[in-house]
Design a protein around this ligand. Structure first.
Ligand code: DGP
Length: 112
């Protein structure tokens, strides 16, 4: 599987790791869009949210809960946002499911 995020999770491509356990890997985004910009990914390859099925329900919930945990660790008391871009119209550029955790500045709404 020639997937850049699979390689990051496997340690084959370097990244600034924030969290790792048996199921997920979290690392700093290469092009941060906010003072805190962390990507949380499942170690299992899922190409995107549109490819998730019922067997992934627990994993999807875990990614969100761990995003909130990392937000607390970063002391994002003012708030934070999680984002999943799904498909080209949403700007998904890496086809391995990932949750963006953004915070540390005021985040506009609606997103672009
Ligand atoms: P998306 O547009 O939702 O597919 O977001 C992909 C994000 O992944 C984007 O914000 C930049 C980040 N990214 C892409 N390649 C790498 C990489 O090799 N290392 C790291 N740390 N981030 C990457």
């Amino acid at each position: 599987m020639d997937c850049i995020f699979c390689k990051i999770a496997a340690g084959q491509i370097p990244s600034r790791k924030v969290w790792e356990d048996a199921r997920i890997f979290a690392f700093e985004d290469l092009h941060p869009a906010a003072p805190t910009h962390i990507l949380l990914i499942p170690k299992q390859h899922i190409s995107g949210l549109d490819a998730a099925d019922g067997s992934h329900d627990e994993l999807l919930g875990y990614l969100q809960r761990m995003a909130a945990h990392l937000a607390r660790e970063r002391r994002l008391a003012g708030g934070f946002r999680t984002v999943v871009n799904a498909g080209p119209d949403a700007g998904q550029s890496v086809f391995h499911l990932h949750v963006h955790l953004l915070g540390g500045r005021s985040l506009g709404w609606p997103p672009g």
